[in-house]
Design a protein around this ligand. Structure first.
Ligand code: RUQ
Ligand code: CUA
Ligand code: CA
Length: 654
């Protein structure tokens, strides 16, 4: 139990979740009472044994001011808009969620790797072309596991163009446009399995004019035989994993780096020079005992410019059928800093996240199986590559204890880091400069500023604008992996619990929580001004658009039939249309309504077809008319007082 726990909520764990009124009352009254009497006694009783420097207890004066700081109100009045967007990975629902913050309201879901019956993702020809199909036209993959969402940068801040998300199950990276909040490209990465971390670069390492994202880096967690053809399957020690660079615009794979150990999370430096991945399996074990057999693993830094020089100079190989250039980033090949493409920095046992501080100076690796965070100074990593440092481990400027199970770190732009402690069910706020001074030998420095209990077992964490130059230190969201008793039970599957913490003051204040469908991993939070969302599509962006109701009709080419249908509330351009049993039918629907928020649906009874068309959007489906009869087609999306009457009939002649 932490002091925050006591001050803010008396005891959120034992307190009844439904009784928020009581909780608020107890919170306020309890705080007034506790702050006056015996708070330090309560806290002393609750505090864990902590090593020097980690004592987070504020002086008594601060405790009083903390007690009066209730936290900013995250609740909006009806009609009020949020100030931030959040992009949340959906986890193994395969989607991405769009939230408004601080309210936590879910505004939208972007279907990415998995079918979505609302928008027709994986049903329309257009979405299937993005998702990828087999020769028979069916989807190549139907499941996905999204973990990390990151957006494109310009001048160190998000620019509202794109976001990317990974699929761990089928090794794909997807791009989403942030004007339409739709997925527009998906690339399957060759030669890897367990694709986990991603991060876009923030600028080009060489060309100063390219001050925006042009690459996306991808880390593969699982090692496999290369090529993975079934041979050498028993020679686990020969398995390898790769770090991949994807072109942000074309989404083609540019290059891969063969490494020792594995990849996990990915981070990039603000100067564009370095990309990094934490490695928890330097042992290259195939079973967990072997993955945790050594005391130190690594954080691996890639020198982007040198790697791309090597590729340009033809110093690469390829694997199997893949044409992707693969450079050698194994330890043995990179011992000499003068020519090294990468640097292995040792960090304690099975580290998890790696995060870039918004001042551009540090990468922080959380310890996971070690109660520490490791702070690596980026200028020193460059020094090592320049031959000015004799040991890559001298890039470490702090390795400090935070608590049990540190996983991910966020930043407030004021020099503080916030790290989740999975095992302690806490977030710890610590000062990076103080940690560096402590590590350098000043044992009087207290680098832990505050701790707060969260509910329960937090994984990812992020602050508003955290990994940008515009980190504003206002809100901190925490993705708690377990919600246990926080919500009405709805069977054995529990939601995850996203909690919101006000970090504008010295002390963290928990202000809200929301259940979310499992299971989001990472998320980013950014100012709403960054987004310029399109209210209505441009009809000219769709080459197959039915631009006028009069264009509606049926054309035939052998057994291939094309049915063009316009939609204007509450009328489809065809009241009925005839095809023959056995025809391959393509139905193209354009929404000719120009008004914002006027979406139509198009469903065909018994044919398992449903999709929507937003204003000025066109979508199509292709299917075999294998059942004769009359099949009503109807609008699924409530659009008009005569929405129920908005219908057509498909007549399939025997
Ligand atoms: S992982 S809880 Cu998929 Cu981002 Cu760390
Ligand atoms: Cu068109 Cu409902
Ligand atoms: Ca390990």
């Amino acid at each position: 139990m932490s002091e925050k726990h006591v001050i803010e909520h008396v005891d959120p764990i034992e307190d009844q979740p439904a009784d928020t009124g009581r909780r608020r009352f107890l919170g306020a009254a309890g705080m007034a009472g506790v702050a006056g009497v015996g708070l330090s006694t309560v806290l002393a009783g609750c505090r864990k044994e902590t090593p020097a420097g980690t004592e987070g207890g504020a002086p008594v004066d601060d405790q009083a001011s903390a007690a009066s700081h209730q936290g900013a109100n995250p609740h909006l009045k009806p009609g009020e808009l949020d100030t931030y967007y959040g992009l949340w990975s959906g986890g193994h629902t395969g989607d991405v969620r769009v939230l408004g913050l601080p309210s936590g309201r879910e505004i939208h879901r972007i279907p990415v790797f998995t079918k979505d019956a609302l928008v027709g993702w994986g049903i329309t020809n257009e979405s299937k072309a993005i998702m990828g199909t087999r020769p028979d036209g069916s989807l190549k993959y139907t499941v996905g596991d999204t973990h990390h969402v990151h957006a494109s940068y310009r001048d160190g801040n998000y620019d509202g163009r794109y976001a990317w998300v990974n699929d761990k199950i089928n090794c794909r990276v997807a791009r989403m446009r942030l004007d339409t909040f739709t997925c527009d490209k998906i690339t399957e990465i060759p030669n890897i399995q367990g694709f986990h971390g991603i991060f876009p670069d923030k600028r080009d390492p060489v060309d100063p004019a390219i001050n925006y994202t042009t690459r996306v880096f991808c880390g593969a967690e699982f090692s496999i035989p290369l090529p993975n053809t079934g041979e050498h399957a028993d020679e686990v020690e020969t398995y390898r994993s790769l770090f991949t660079c994807v072109d942000a615009e074309t989404m083609d794979v540019r290059w891969q780096a063969l490494i020792d150990g594995n990849c996990d999370l990915v981070a990039t430096s603000f100067d564009g020079k370095l990309a990094a991945t934490n490695q928890y399996n330097t042992e290259m074990g195939a079973v967990y005992e072997n993955m945790m057999s050594v005391e130190r693993d690594a954080c691996l830094f890639f020198h982007v410019a040198r790697i791309e020089e090597a590729v340009a100079a033809g110093r690469f190989s390829t694997i199997g059928d893949s044409k992707v250039p693969v450079v050698d980033c194994t330890r043995a090949a990179n011992a000499d800093p003068a020519t090294a493409l990468c640097a292995y920095v040792s960090v304690p046992k099975n580290p998890h996240g790696v995060n870039a501080s918004p001042d551009g100076r540090y990468f922080i690796c959380a310890g996971k199986l070690s109660p520490t965070a490791t702070v690596i100074e980026l200028s020193r990593v460059l020094d090592w590559f320049d031959g000015k440092l004799d040991d890559a481990d001298k890039t470490i400027v702090a390795e400090v204890e935070l608590g049990l199970g540190p996983l991910h770190t966020a930043f407030d732009g004021r020099g503080n880091a916030y790290t989740t402690l999975f095992l302690d069910s806490q977030v710890v706020k610590w000062n990076v400069d103080a940690a560096i001074r402590f590590h350098a030998g000043d044992q009087n420095v207290k680098y832990v500023v505050d701790r707060i209990d969260v509910n329960y077992q937090p994984g990812h964490i992020n602050a508003s604008q955290s990994e940008t130059v515009a980190a504003d230190g206002k809100w901190l969201a925490v993705g708690c992996k377990f919600s246990k008793d926080r919500y009405l039970p709805a069977g054995p599957l529990h939601p995850e619990n996203e909690q919101l913490i006000d970090i504008s003051g010295e002390k963290m204040v928990l202000v809200a929580e929301h259940p979310v469908r499992p299971e989001p991993h990472d998320f980013i939070i950014f100012r709403r001004e960054i987004i310029n969302a399109k209210p209505v599509y441009d009809i000219d962006d769709f080459p197959n658009a039915v631009k006028d109701a009069a264009e509606s009709g049926v054309t035939r080419d052998g057994d291939k039939v094309t049915v063009k249908i316009s939609s204007v509330a509450p009328i489809f351009g065809l009241r009925d249309f005839k095809v023959k049993k056995g025809d391959e039918v393509t139905v193209i629907v354009t929404n000719l309504d120009k008004i914002e928020d006027l979406t139509h649906g198009f469903a065909i009874e018994k044919y398992d077809i449903n999709f929507i068309v937003n204003p000025q959007e066109t979508a199509s489906v292709t299917f075999r008319a294998d059942m004769a009869g009359v099949f009503w087609c109807y609008c699924t999306h409530f659009c008009h007082a005569l929405h129920l009457e908005m219908r057509s009939r498909m007549i399939v002649e025997a």
